[in-house]
Design a protein around this ligand. Structure first.
Ligand code: IMP
Ligand code: MG
Length: 188
């Protein structure tokens, strides 16, 4: 059986720190959208845990929807700025205040393409809330309106983020052991 401890270098962000920061983000979002309609859009699958914790800290009435995208290619061969929607929203975003909820912004290419696609649908506003920001790796300029943590250029997993689809359930963000990086296409 797979054991996350075989892959864990160190815990980068503990459950307590995550939850404290998410509470703060929820309060910020609630203050900024006071009296406004709000739609949270979660990008599957990594953003799921963040969405469900964040929305419980948002006091303004809001709805949620989901979308999934896939980039062409994998890892270093992932092509720049090209994503395909594999699961689209079920609601119209025209005229709505949209907040994109993302697990991590790495190169920024995914979110930049998603923003372009969603802007074509004429939302009233479109902002980005990212739990993790690997700023050092940025290739596409993206505005991050709400940021949980800036993290170093290391491959991380847990709290929604996967190692080949496992370990998304861990309540903390962990760093992948250096000697295991080559086992995972996404990490190398
Ligand atoms: P970007 O297009 O390079 O910004 O890639 C963003 C996506 O890559 C995220 O939504 C994650 O699915 C994935 N990703 C990037 N870095 C990591 C990581 O350190 N751990 C797990 N997934 C990651
Ligand atoms: Mg992944």
């Amino acid at each position: 059986m797979k054991d996350y401890q075989d892959y864990l270098e160190e815990i980068l962000i503990s459950e307590e720190r995550l939850q404290r920061r998410i509470r703060e983000l929820g309060q910020e979002v609630s203050a900024d959208y006071e009296g406004e309609d709000l739609l949270l859009i979660c990008i599957l699958r990594g953003g799921v845990l963040f969405l469900t914790d964040l929305m419980r800290e948002i006091s303004v009435p809001h709805s949620i929807d989901f979308m999934a995208v896939s980039s062409y290619g994998v890892g270093a061969r992932r092509s720049k700025g090209q994503v395909r929607i594999t699961l689209d929203l079920t609601t119209s975003i025209e005229g709505r205040n949209v907040l994109l909820v993302e697990d991590i912004i790495d190169s920024g290419n995914t979110i930049a393409s998603v923003l372009d696609l969603l802007n074509l649908r004429r939302p009233k506003s479109l902002k980005v809330c990212a739990l993790l920001d690997k700023a050092e790796r940025r290739e596409s300029e993206v505005p991050i309106d709400y940021r949980g943590f800036e993290i170093p250029n290391k491959f991380v997993f847990g709290y929604g983020l996967d190692l080949d689809e496992y370990f998304r359930n861990l309540p903390f963000i962990g760093v992948l052991r250096q000697d295991k990086v080559s086992e995972f296409a996404d990490a190398s």
